[in-house]
Design a protein around this ligand. Structure first.
Ligand SMILES: O=C[C@H](O)COP(=O)(O)O
Length: 113
């Protein structure tokens, strides 16, 4: 990941940039990373940003999960401290999209800032 991110550390303005982690095997397949695996990867990205940009940038930047997010898996993914939102594909075309938005909104409201 560090190799991929080397060229962007200096560009990470949290007011303008959102990072998305999407396991390629999960995009449009119905397969989703487990909450634990997604959290570990998001934390790894945030730790790299803290080390190579700054702690304040790492704290403030949004890191979203993409890859078959849906109403069923959104609550558990949303509960992970380093998952700040979703990049929703197929489920954005279905009524369940509202449930995904509700899940992430409620989870983040319940977590410390
Ligand atoms: O833009 C959406 C992402 O590529 C994920 O799509 P998906 O939710 O259909 O897997």
């Amino acid at each position: 990941m560090h190799v991929q991110m080397t060229q962007i550390y200096d560009l990470l303005d949290p007011a303008k940039v959102v990072i998305a982690y999407e396991p390629v095997w999960a995009i449009g397949t119905g397969l989703t990373a487990t909450p634990e695996d997604a959290q570990a990867t998001h934390k790894g990205i945030r730790d790299l940003i803290a080390k190579h940009a700054s702690a304040s940038v790492a704290d403030a930047i949004r890191i979203q999960y993409g890859g078959s997010a849906n109403a069923a898996n959104a609550p558990d993914l949303s509960a992970q401290p380093d998952i700040d939102g979703f990049l929703v594909g197929g489920a954005s075309l279905k009524p369940e999209f509202a449930e995904i938005v509700k899940a992430i909104a409620e989870a983040k409201a319940a977590q410390p800032a």
